[in-house]
Design a protein around this ligand. Structure first.
Ligand code: NAG
Ligand code: NAG
Ligand code: NAG
Length: 304
């Protein structure tokens, strides 16, 4: 512009301003949602009618004040801002090409705010806004049954996410959802009426809860079945009766065997010859009966 006369410069400036010197390429009030601890790009994309990029001034602000300034081709983060050390601007050549986006790293919940990108390229000036929402994905989830289930019960399955930004949406699913099922997507409950579980009843099986918010999903599941004890009550009782009978039999045999041995040990003192004759038939059946019993009871135990 060295050779142009002041009047011509003024004329050029007026024309540029009239054609709107700066134009943003993004919608105003865009909402950016990012995960806690990740990085965020707050967009400020513009087109400039002027080639004089050195004359470009950028100011990024939030409700606390200025976060970052850019002038004479240099970026200056504001030291008093809580974002200091975590914010940057693109390289000067990228800014010149129309990208003055603010890069924010390791975003914190407190960073959620309205941000403004203010551009000045004399004599034009304009601004755009963007909303940053830092969110936490669902986590520490648990699926549970309200209580133990009996055939014909009304059952409530509960799903809970201990962390996660609201709104959280809960969705229950299973291979074949019972017709009576009622979901509460906000509370995370699934209510089943008159459940049928016995003999592979249609309502049994795995129920999966999926918890979703704007930036993530988490899952948990619960298995709906009759408690093992209730499945064959008759079998359990029969088993217990058999165990008691076996124990009685075992004790009886043991007592008999001990009595025989006591009798036996007294015999030798009186008659040495008789002991030799009587000993084999007495001790053999006794020990056989004992070992036979212990095997039966062990098999019964492992069957429980
Ligand atoms: C603008 O710059 C940022 C930061 O360098 C980058 O992440 C983003 O992709 C750029 N946007 C465009 C449209 O080039
Ligand atoms: C605003 O300032 C307060 C106090 O320093 C700080 O805790 C908060 O994170 C700041 N918010 C933003 C979005 O910079
Ligand atoms: C519950 O379901 C069984 C069949 O699964 C049906 O016979 C019975 O009438 C039902 N009871 C109620 C109260 O709906």
């Amino acid at each position: 512009m060295g050779k142009t006369k002041p009047v011509e410069v003024l004329l050029l400036v007026l024309i540029v301003t009239a054609v709107s010197g700066l134009k943003f390429r993004e919608n105003q009030n865009k909402i950016i949602k990012v995960k806690l601890g990740s990085k965020a790009v707050l967009p400020c994309l513009f087109e400039s009618a002027s080639q004089d990029t050195a004359a470009l001034d950028i100011t990024w602000l939030n409700s606390n004040g200025t976060v970052m300034t850019y002038a004479n081709g240099e970026a200056h983060p504001v030291q008093t801002s809580s974002l200091f050390g975590r914010v940057s601007l693109p390289a000067a050549n990228i800014i010149s090409a129309g990208n003055a986006s603010l890069l924010l790293e390791n975003v914190q919940l407190d960073d959620s705010n309205g941000y403004m990108c203010l551009l000045r390229q004399f004599p034009a000036s304009d601004h755009t806004s963007v909303q940053l929402e830092v969110q936490v994905p669902p986590g520490k989830v648990s699926c549970s049954l309200q209580r133990t289930v009996v055939n014909g019960d009304d059952v409530v399955l509960t799903c809970k996410s201990m962390v996660g930004s609201k709104p959280l949406k809960y969705t229950w699913s299973t291979a074949s959802m019972p017709r009576s099922a009622k979901q509460d997507m906000a509370a995370g409950t699934l209510t089943l009426r008159n459940v049928s579980l016995r003999d592979g009843g249609k309502d049994g099986g795995k129920y999966v809860c999926s918890i979703q918010n704007d930036i993530g999903t988490a899952k948990c599941s619960v298995f709906l079945a009759l408690p093992p004890g209730k499945k064959n009550k008759a079998g359990v009782i029969a088993g217990a009766v058999i165990a008691v009978l076996l124990a009685v039999l075992l004790i009886t045999c043991l007592v008999t065997w001990i009595l025989h041995r006591q009798k036996q040990s007294k015999v030798p003192e009186q008659n040495y010859e008789v002991r030799m004759d009587e000993s084999p038939p007495l001790s053999r059946p006794g020990s056989r009966a004992k070992s036979g019993l212990s095997v039966t009871s062990a098999a019964q135990t492992s069957g429980f």
